[in-house]
Design a protein around this ligand. Structure first.
Ligand code: MD3
Ligand code: FE
Length: 206
């Protein structure tokens, strides 16, 4: 994979955005690796505490993965089907090592799949043990409208389209900002044969 830019193209509310940081060949290589991940740990629709399943389908790679059970959301060592989460693919780790600015590898690679009409409401990521570690996001496939607000609920928000190959680093104060995906442009990208968007988030979780 070619070297990622060292300087972000954009800073939005403390988020560093690297546009098109992963070239099409690199994106295809990551998608290939993800086929093995979902074969071992199939995508599922997490239940929300409100009883309605999320429209985004998910799975994880790494020593821990994130999912919901009766007692709420948590990091666990096993997929709901009982198998250990598969390892984080090397080309994905390479992205983290290039942009995260820290010398510890992530524990978890959360894989979110957005089919037609899928979205993710505004939320904070607060299930990790230490918020000083950054979170790195990799977008693949269809364009998505990402929205970022503040560290408390309410106030103004800003929106930004994320495209295939874009990488975002959330650190510092931005780490606890409310954020979500309002919508995607289904089939705007040819990367995935059946369309859709994959977002990978790399986290130090435990
Ligand atoms: C800001 N995913 O998995 S990635 C999530 O595109 C999540 O699937 C969205 O929000 C997606 O939790 C947005 C960008 C992102 C990821 C993690 C963050 C932004 C973040 C953690 C803290 C602050
Ligand atoms: Fe999030």
């Amino acid at each position: 994979m070619p070297e990622l830019p060292k300087r972000p193209d954009m800073l939005i509310r403390g988020f560093s955005v690297f546009k098109g940081a992963i070239d099409p060949a690199g994106q295809a290589r990551i998608v290939e690796c993800l086929r093995d991940v979902v074969a071992a740990a199939p995508l599922f629709s997490p239940q929300t505490p409100y009883g309605k399943p999320m429209s985004v389908r998910m799975t994880s790679a790494g020593r821990v993965g994130w999912h919901a059970d009766r007692t709420g959301y948590r990091y666990t060592t096993h997929h709901p089907n009982g198998t250990a989460w598969p390892p984080i693919p090397k080309p994905v780790l390479d992205v983290w090592r290039m942009v995260s600015g820290v010398d510890r590898d992530p524990d978890c690679c959360l894989v979110n799949y957005y089919g037609e009409g899928a979205r993710m409401g505004l939320h904070q990521d607060k299930d990790e043990a230490d918020f000083r570690w950054p979170v790195v996001s990799i977008s693949l496939g269809d364009d998505a409208l990402f929205r970022v607000g503040n560290v408390t609920r309410g106030g103004t928000t800003e929106s930004l389209w994320l495209g295939s190959g874009d990488v975002v680093v959330m650190g510092g104060d931005a780490r606890l900002a409310y954020h979500g995906i309002d919508r995607t442009r289904f089939a705007s990208s040819q990367l995935l044969p059946k369309g859709g968007r994959i977002n990978l988030t790399l986290r130090v979780a435990v």
